[in-house]
Design a protein around this ligand. Sequence first.
Ligand SMILES: NCC(=O)N[C@@H](Cc1c[nH]cn1)C(=O)O
Ligand SMILES: [Zn+2]
Ligand SMILES: [Zn+2]
Length: 480
Amino acid sequence: MAALSRFLSFIDQNAGRFIQRLADAVSIQSISGNGVHRQDVFKMALWLQGQLDTLGVQTKSVDLGRHVMDGQDLPLPPAILGRIGDDPKKKTVLIYGHYDVQPAEKSDGWDTEPFTLVVDPATDRLIGRGSTDDKGPILGWLNVLEAHKALGLDLPVNLKFCFEGMEESGSDGLDELITSEVAKGKDGWFWGVDCVCISDNYWLNSRTPCITYGLRGLAYFKLTVSGPARDLHSGSFGRTVHEPMTDLVLLMSKLVDTNGKILVPGVDEMVSVASQEEKALYAQLDYSVADVENAVGAPIALSDDKVEVLMGRMRYPSLSLHGIEGAFYGAGAKTVIPASVSGKFSIRLVPPQTPEAVEPLVFAYINAEFARLNSKNKLKIENLHGGKPWVADHTHWNYEAAKRATEAVYKQTPNLTREGGSIPVTLTFAESLGVNVLLLPMGRGDDGAHSTNEKLDKSNFIEGSKLLGTYLYEVGAVNA
Ligand SMILES: NCC(=O)N[C@@H](Cc1c[nH]cn1)C(=O)O
Ligand SMILES: [Zn+2]
Ligand SMILES: [Zn+2]
């Protein structure tokens, strides 16, 4: 049997063990967004490095220094770099993924314990935090490596790996590592890379695989309004002082309208209007308004027009309000006037927008709106983190290889998409290595990444592992 067929059979035969390995990974609470779980992120890094070592990958754990998060000085989780194979006749593919996850508590509304992988026998879903974002895809690469090692097969390409533990919280330290390695030339870890593959996004729906050539960028803001020296009794001080929460809610209400239009002057206007030709590309995609409503679990799409909905996700910027720190949110009816409250919101950016171009518009607008309130409270605006949008050449051989692999595994033509989310390091790889970057997702559009009951369908994990391996064979066969 040819190498590829043996690889594919091995994945099917070992599905049970692969799911158990995913359960082991999910059980490590590698939440990067707070200090409480930082040691778990380190534990996850060690676990991942151990797996790669066992599978014959030469690895190194790179210390990325320290950073301050919510006033706490914390060690940054390491980048786990790896390489296997150095045959000059073969192409070299760089794989990126992240081993950190978003926070999750059962009380958020999960039906099961978030860090215990549950295999639902009724739906064949693998439910748990990180199952689809991004532990499932990372383990897909481990499955490919294990199959080749166990079968004594040579990999069709040389592989390099870069796995980070801070993606969900701004990728601190990673850009510096990549640029310093690139500056070392032939001695750098990324020397000789021909293309990059990232599996860290989702199909548009739950039936059609896709390959992705664009990501939105991000500018994340924190808006703090403070007044009294301490929290106040609303009976004693209501209507006697300027209340921070009132000011903050008024400011937050002026950022975006209920149809998604961004109200910060100049932000929406930076983006060109789509031509009829471009709209035709969105019309071709296998997608419907029902797909978005199914993914979010309610009939709340902003438009009945599929093209408008798709462009809202892929082609236009969006502004979302995320939360208010310091506000009363518990059960009961506490009659407090909070002394200081911070609103969090972010803008997803598309070309030609950049965080640097958008930030002054946001600051100027909010300062002007705050001045109109004639409040004696104090306002502070911070830009917490951000990243530029990215668009790739989808006619490149890297995309052609991914398309052939998808057709071979799924017997379907993939949707060619731009993703609404952000992976800031993508642009760093594209610019500093000067090579083509491809996004090859494993999970479906209804996986609920970042949400409650996050899942990866078993078939997506298993067929997705086959896809990643088949893609490597297709790259190995390219003559460019
Ligand atoms: N799977 C990619 C992803 O979820 N990226 C995050 C990145 C991010 C930035 N700040 C917080 N998270 C995203 O929200 O798009
Ligand atoms: Zn991710
Ligand atoms: Zn994520």
